[in-house]
Ligand binder design. Structure first.
Ligand SMILES: Nc1ncnc2c1ncn2[C@@H]1O[C@H](COP(=O)(O)OP(=O)(O)OP(=O)(O)O)[C@@H](O)[C@H]1O
Ligand SMILES: O=P(O)(O)OC[C@H]1O[C@H](OP(=O)(O)OP(=O)(O)O)[C@H](O)[C@@H]1O
Ligand SMILES: [Mg+2]
Length: 285
């Protein structure tokens, strides 16, 4: 029987949410503390726990069919692979930063300066495009310390909350790229594996859609149903069920969480009462 080989980070920032996503898709996967290769009982999937930085090459070579990695790593490695779904977690950016006391936000600050980074190719391409010539120092971690120890005049590294920059007396000056975790496939994937991947993507999309959407229920006087419904951006049309109390109905729909906060006052004004917002587990459209 065919199986789809998926690479997940062995340990690090992406691992737990990657596994959580597979579990939300109904795939019984355990983490790879002891085993680096795990076969799943209830889905034709083989999970390989690998070093993040090795994954793009494995994809290009067809050693694995699909993987979850940070988009920034794909940009840096430049392997020929295909992004099939943005997953919405591990959001970060690759940015330039300088010592906070330097009052120069212009990119020209970096002209002829030394920049420490773990993302040399990304940085080099950016500087080339901008016509800046700098000396790039490649270091594999703790990049933010480089200016403090006299190794560089600035850095280029991943920023998320900005707390690592702050703790090291640095400030972000330019964002080079935005990144999030992505599902990415090998261009060498075989038809049988592609068919399994389609099933996996179907489940992933149902999970991701549900994450951003809520189920909304409210009580509405019958003569206000039309007015309230018009406010709701519904999938099809809302479900309306009679309440035991005469003249009232329960109106059910789905709503994007962001939209909900924008229309709540309108719904109340239009006559809705007892509004409930409930999480959705999966959403298939
Ligand atoms: N602070 C952060 N906030 C959000 N996402 C991050 C952050 N740091 C890294 N990431 C994302 O997580 C990915 C993995 O980062 P992590 O530091 O766990 O592994 P790594 O050291 O790059 O790789 P390896 O597994 O090869 O050691 C990065 O490529 C990036 O996309
Ligand atoms: O803006 P922040 O929220 O502070 O996050 C940014 C930091 O997170 C990453 O390091 P990580 O903790 O993954 O350590 P590593 O360098 O060992 O990979 C990245 O390299 C930054 O140092
Ligand atoms: Mg890291």
């Amino acid at each position: 029987m065919s199986t789809l080989k998926i690479a997940i980070q062995k340990s690090g920032r992406l691992q737990s949410e990657s596994l959580q996503l597979l579990k939300s898709c109904g795939i019984n996967v355990e983490n790879g503390r002891d085993q680096l290769k795990v076969t799943i009982g209830n889905f034709p999937l083989e999970v390989l726990y690998l070093r993040n930085s090795d994954i793009p090459q494995y994809l290009e070579d067809g050693v694995v069919d699909v993987a979850i990695v940070g988009e920034n790593l794909l940009v840096e490695k430049g392997n020929k692979v295909k992004i099939i779904e943005r997953l919405g977690f591990s959001k970060c950016r690759v940015s330039l930063a300088i010592p906070k006391e330097i009052d120069d936000n212009k990119l020209s600050y970096f002209q002829g300066k030394r920049i420490a980074t773990s993302y040399p190719k990304t940085l080099e391409a950016f500087l080339k495009k901008e016509g800046i010539e700098s000396e790039i120092h490649v270091i594999s971690g703790s990049v933010e310390i480089a200016p403090n120890i006299g190794l560089a005049d600035g850095i280029c590294d991943i920023v998320s909350t900005g707390s690592t920059l702050f703790k090291n007396g640095l400030r972000e000056t330019q964002v080079i790229l935005q990144s999030e975790a992505v599902l990415v496939k090998s261009l060498q994937i075989k038809p049988a594996q592609q068919e399994i991947l389609n099933r996996l993507v179907f489940r992933i999309q149902a999970v991701l859609r549900a994450k951003n959407t809520k189920y909304i229920l409210m009580n509405v006087p019958n003569d206000k149903i039309e007015q309230v419904s018009a406010i709701l951006p519904v999938l099809k049309s809302p479900t309306v069920l009679p309440l035991a109390e005469k003249g009232w109905s329960s109106l059910h729909s789905v709503i994007d969480e962001g939209t909900f906060w924008n229309v709540i006052d309108e719904l109340k004004l239009a006559g809705a009462e007892g509004i409930l917002i409930v999480p959705i587990d999966k959403m298939v459209i």
